[in-house]
Design a protein around this ligand. Structure first.
Ligand code: IDP
Ligand code: MG
Length: 151
């Protein structure tokens, strides 16, 4: 098992709809390890940094006001191929194209309210983790269940 870390975030709609528990539970049950978690309202400049790749697109302004509109639950999860495993669990960006069984496919209806963010590559994960967490906020520990999750 090559431990990889990824950045996940329950967006303001997920928090307001009371879906944090359901979403965390899916990742925990799958076998992802929680390394850090933070409940916070994102500052505008942090949001602009996080979503810098989308600057200039038609939905950019509404995306920034959406992601800063209320608290988010930010987390770092770890596991074998955690980035792609978590992206697959989230489902496609447009929830109407996300398969049933994914987070967006089960709980969301439109792209502008798609509940969750997840890093799209290991490089994005490193950048996003360092944007939202200080190094000392990542908790290193041995999880005994790992020997029943990985061979
Ligand atoms: P991702 O969240 O699946 O990685 P991205 O293409 O990186 O999708 O877009 C980032 C976020 O911007 C989406 O999750 C969604 O909240 C928002 N977004 C993307 N495209 C649209 C759009 O066409 N309309 C409204 N919001 C959008
Ligand atoms: Mg993205």
């Amino acid at each position: 098992m090559a431990a990889e870390q990824t950045y996940l975030m329950v967006k303001p709609d997920g928090v307001q709809r009371g879906l944090c528990g359901d979403i965390i539970s899916r990742f925990e049950k799958r076998g992802l390890k929680i390394v850090a978690m933070k409940f916070t309202v994102i500052k505008k400049e942090t949001a602009e940094n996080h979503y810098g790749e989308h600057k200039g697109k038609g939905f950019y302004d509404s995306l920034i006001s959406y992601i800063t509109s209320g608290p988010v639950l930010a987390m770092v999860l770890e596991g074998d191929n955690a980035v792609s495993v978590c992206r697959n669990m989230m489902g496609k960006t447009n929830p109407q194209e996300a398969p049933v069984g994914t987070i967006r496919g089960d709980f969301a209806m439109v792209t502008g309210m798609n509940l969750i963010h997840g890093s799209d590559s290991p490089e994005s994960a490193k950048r996003e983790i360092s944007l939202f967490f200080r190094p000392e906020e990542l908790v290193a520990y041995k999880r005994t269940a790992d020997e029943w999750i990985y061979e």
